[in-house]
Design a binder for this molecule. Structure first.
Ligand SMILES: [Zn+2]
Length: 187
């Protein structure tokens, strides 16, 4: 009758099962610690730096709306945080032809190089490509009864403008960007 457990064997079995359960719990909490470490690693973003001519890891920017309001002008806040659009032909950087890099007004992330700026006639600064695909995020925008592709900064998720497919070669893209979403840094 070896398959029938004695009371002692039952207790031993129960203890070992509790042990397994305890180890599983430990493993779970270790997994959670690992998850937390991964979450903190995910709070950095890999972007291209024009000045360094290399990809760099920068801290992802996450601010409360109150912090954004303190940091930005009312116009910048409206464009960057409320997906607003400045009036055509009013932006300070529309006619800028200096050599340099256009950075995000919300966080300083490099967005566009003067080499890729062109006159689209639209009334907003226009570029046929970003400094790197990693520096921007695209998102479908279905407001105003149209489907457009919205452009956001990959570091701080601020709204920049929209991208259209009527741009010049080599990309055929027109990145239509609000001047107030940009800060110009001469090179
Ligand atoms: Zn930004």
């Amino acid at each position: 009758m070896s398959h029938i457990f004695t009371r002692r064997q039952m207790l031993t079995l129960l203890a070992s099962q509790l042990g397994v359960l305890w180890l599983a719990t430990q493993g779970f909490s270790q997994q959670s610690a690992k998850d937390r470490a991964m979450t903190s690693a995910e709070s950095t973003v890999r972007v291209f730096s024009v000045e360094k001519d290399a990809y760099i890891a920068v801290e992802k920017i996450s601010r409360s709306e109150a912090e954004w309001r303190k940091l930005l002008t009312p116009q910048q806040y409206h464009i960057l945080r409320e997906e607003g659009t400045e009036r055509a032909f009013t932006g300070a950087l529309l006619e800028n032809k200096e050599r340099g890099v256009y950075r995000c007004a919300g966080c300083g992330n490099d967005l566009y190089h003067s080499d890729h700026k062109y006159d689209s006639g639209s009334g907003w600064p226009s570029y046929y490509q970003a400094v790197a695909a990693e520096n921007i995020i695209t998102r479908s925008d279905r407001r105003l009864f149209m489907v457009r592709t919205e452009l956001l900064c990959s570091r701080c998720d601020s709204h920049l403008g929209h991208v259209f497919s009527d741009g010049p070669p080599p990309t055929g893209e027109r990145h239509c960007i609000n001047s107030a979403a940009l800060m110009f840094h001469p090179l």
